[in-house]
Design a protein around this ligand. Structure first.
Ligand SMILES: Cc1cc2nc3c(=O)[nH]c(=O)nc-3n(C[C@H](O)[C@H](O)[C@H](O)COP(=O)(O)OP(=O)(O)OC[C@H]3O[C@@H](n4cnc5c(N)ncnc54)[C@H](O)[C@@H]3O)c2cc1C
Length: 462
């Protein structure tokens, strides 16, 4: 932003959200110019903290009038550089809008403001018997999760953000406020017109600022059982997954860790799981249905030479078991202290999963790269957590080439370059390959209609 422009707009911003709601401090701007990814920090020119949708709208109108880029900021846990202000501009930190607005227990839905995180929502719901299951590991904001179409370990049973967002309140670049399913609507089904809700889910802040989301809730299951099981090969672990799903077992989580990842988890959490392809599983339901799910799964995994079954029934043991999986990112980083990590995120149809994982592991060895694999295997989605020395240019180049090869391998197998992290800064060229020129043109047309001045999070996605 040019200096004179900045001088003109700051008093206007302050008149909307107060002295405390605007910051030009270098430290604050730097903090808002990066997420958890390896993308370099791109600080905005100014950070604002609106307290209501009216303030978001008023601030957006000022930006629109002065042609200033608008970058929405949730909790900054994104992994694709989505919050970097590549063209400068105004970061809208939405953390002060943190109210849980309407819990409809009988209808299993809730509406939240953008500062509410998934953990905050679940502790708010503690006494209601309800919970929100989409779980990206990090304690992300729910509107940020809608913006990136996040998912995580529970998606195989409960779906991703796409299946769980019922309505969104969005402020467009010119300050207009819309409700993507109509104001106050919160039905499970709708055939009413175009699906604007799912246009904004996954739009990564490039179409508007999400200022409310209405979400589906679920009953807390009567009982839960978790398990860890070891396999002689990747193929055997994935075959078990496919057969469990084909058998109609409503499994809640089924996560794959390769030998390198389980070794890293063992070291990081002082555990002693066998160093081999491993599945972490979880079942939700009534005591009776759990018995049946567990029996069928045990039979299938045994038929695929699964061994070393560890079952966890009480909450504490289950918590310990899943902590190992949730710490995978930090366990990977601890393999090479001082290094940085980048997580790939491809997703393929389930039947292609063994082939792509086996080829990817060969590629890692051939190119002398550290990339433990952890996967939401029930969805065909897996991560190579690439641990690298950012000061070693040769290694950085090898990682970049590897991640592109991996994404193209997924595209060749009818898959996608990103199952849940989004496109952000680094996957724009891959998105073009994935969608083809005509679909990209339609996306550009939609963007131009909603944001003709290209102010919303410029430089991302398209
Ligand atoms: C250790 C670790 C593990 C992770 N595991 C997973 C995983 O398993 N699955 C998964 O899906 N993700 C995972 N993530 C990534 C991350 O948690 C998700 O992408 C999350 O959805 C980002 O939410 P956020 O609030 O932090 O968004 P931010 O990082 O603040 O923003 C992400 C993008 O969304 C936009 N945005 C944010 N808020 C809004 C809003 N209110 N309106 C419009 N646009 C907005 C931003 O401009 C940016 O483009 C992981 C991250 C970490 C650090």
């Amino acid at each position: 932003m040019i200096e004179s422009g900045l001088e003109r707009v700051i008093p206007a911003f302050r008149s909307v959200c107060g002295e405390d709601g605007v910051s030009l401090s270098e430290a604050v701007r730097e903090q808002h110019g990066r997420d958890e990814s390896v993308h370099r920090c791109c600080p905005p020119d100014v950070v604002v903290w609106p307290r209501s949708v009216e303030e978001v709208s008023a601030l957006a109108k000022i930006c629109h009038h002065h042609c200033l880029p608008i970058i929405p900021f949730g909790t900054g846990t994104g992994l694709e550089g989505g919050v970097g202000a590549v063209e400068g501009g105004v970061c809208f930190s939405l953390r002060n809008m943190d109210r849980v607005l309407d819990v409809h227990q009988e209808d299993f839905d809730v509406t939240v403001e953008p500062g509410v995180t998934r953990k905050a929502l679940n502790s708010y719901l503690r006494d209601t018997g309800l919970w929100f299951p989409v779980d990206p590991g990090a304690d992300a904001s729910l509107c940020g999760m809608a913006a990136t179409s996040a998912s995580g370990t529970n998606a195989v049973r409960y779906g991703t953000m796409r299946e769980n967002v019922l309505n969104l309140e969005v402020v467009l670049a010119d300050g207009t406020i819309i409700h993507t399913a109509g104001r106050g609507r919160r039905t499970r089904k709708t055939s009413a017109g175009y699906n604007l809700t799912n246009l904004f889910v996954g739009s990564e802040g490039t179409l508007g600022l999400i200022t409310k989301t209405t979400l589906r809730l679920y009953g807390v299951p009567e009982a839960m059982v978790s398990a860890v099981c070891t396999f002689p090969s990747v193929q055997a672990a994935v075959d078990s997954t496919v057969q469990v799903l084909q058998a109609g077992v409503p499994i809640a989580r089924i996560e794959f860790l390769d030998d390198v990842m389980i070794d890293a988890c063992n070291r990081f959490n002082s555990l002693s799981y066998p160093v081999a392809p491993t599945l972490f599983l979880e079942f939700h339901g009534s005591e009776k249905s759990l018995e049946e799910q567990v029996t069928v799964t045990e039979e299938i995994t045994r038929d695929n030479s699964g061994s070393d079954f560890n079952w966890a029934r009480d909450a504490e043991t289950r918590g310990r078991l899943w902590k190992a999986r949730h710490d995978a990112w930090y366990a990977a980083l601890a393999l090479r202290p001082g290094c940085k990590a980048y997580s790939t995120d491809v997703c393929v149809p389930l039947s292609h999963l063994p082939q792509i994982i086996v080829e990817t592991k060969e590629d890692l060895v051939l190119n002398r790269l550290t990339g433990p694999i952890a996967g939401h295997v029930g969805d065909g989605n897996f991560h190579c957590i690439m641990v690298m020395d950012p000061n070693d240019q040769d290694e950085v180049t090898r990682v970049q080439e590897f991640t592109e090869r991996l994404a193209r391998r997924a595209l060749a197998l009818d898959g996608t370059c990103t199952g849940e992290h989004g496109v952000g800064l680094g996957k724009r060229a891959l998105l073009r390959e994935e969608m083809g020129p005509m679909a990209i043109e339609v996306m550009q047309g939609l963007k131009a209609t909603l944001d003709p001045k290209n102010l919303m999070n410029p430089g991302k996605v398209l």
